[in-house]
Design a protein around this ligand. Structure first.
Ligand code: ATP
Length: 235
């Protein structure tokens, strides 16, 4: 029963006012890509930040490979194998690509060659400051920094922000390939619904902090009406 890489049960999270995520149940199996969809403000970012330990849950549980994460800080969770690529990417303007990839955030030795294998373009820009990269390349770097630590669970928040759909369509298959090859589970928060569903095995749609729809990516991709009605909280 507990074979899921990530298992979230009855998760409730809030800020000062009421709860913004309520009673969430989500699983991600090893090698699975799961999309978290929903309109602005639905609670997607809050969910990712709670998984990675940047926010505390009010109630519910989160386990990674059967291990309860409740008492682990954000850095403890990073050591346990959770990598979070935040919205906005978090790169440093003046630091080169290679310097970013070599950053030893938690004493681990990053696998820089692995990153260049998945993103050959970055290898050609190894000495270029991140600030001079295109938006798509900066996003490659942000994902690459996460992959360099060989995560068990990758959380990606709005990878497509400010990027052309063509660039997004180039990045998502790399994440899919990494999940397939490494067994890493992936939670993908994405506004490009069709691209996300083409990549994801399954998707959850959140509305006002609750899951209103959960199905296989393929099925949702071909049932636009069902998806749209849940997306906008109707029906
Ligand atoms: P978006 O696509 O706009 O990022 P989202 O689905 O990721 O949306 P969240 O960012 O998780 O949604 O926000 C969920 C709710 O929590 C929103 O109503 C938002 O206004 C509120 N919220 C988010 N961050 C904070 C905060 N730091 N303090 C108070 N309320 C917050």
């Amino acid at each position: 029963m507990t074979t899921s890489r990530l298992r979230i049960e009855a998760l409730t999270v809030g800020y000062n006012h009421g709860a913004v995520v309520r009673g969430l149940d989500i699983t991600v199996d090893p090698g699975e890509v799961v999309a978290l969809l929903g309109a602005n403000g639905a609670g997607k970012t809050t969910t990712l930040r709670t998984i990675s330990g940047l926010l505390s849950a009010r109630s519910g549980s989160i386990t990674l490979d059967g291990k309860d994460l409740a008492r682990l800080s954000a850095s403890g969770r990073a050591r346990a194998g959770i990598a979070h690529v935040p919205e906005g990417r978090g790169n440093f303007f003046g630091l080169s690509v290679a310097e970013h990839l070599r950053l030893r955030a938690r004493g681990e030795r990053p696998n820089v060659d692995l990153v260049y294998q998945y993103f050959p373009r970055l290898a050609g820009f190894a000495n270029r400051p991140a600030g001079l990269l295109s938006g798509g390349e900066q996003q490659m770097l942000a994902i690459g920094r996460a992959l360099a630590r060989r995560p068990k669970l990758l959380l990606v928040d709005e990878l497509s922000l400010g990027l052309a759909p063509l660039v997004v369509a180039e990045l998502l298959p790399v994440i899919r390939q990494y999940a397939d090859e490494s067994g890493c589970g992936v939670v993908l928060v994405e506004q490009h619904v069709q691209l996300a569903l083409a990549t994801a095995d399954r998707a959850y749609v959140l509305s006002h902090g609750e899951i209103v729809l959960h199905d296989r990516g393929e099925r949702l991709r071909h049932d636009r009406d069902l998806l749209m009605s849940s997306y906008f909280g109707e029906g």
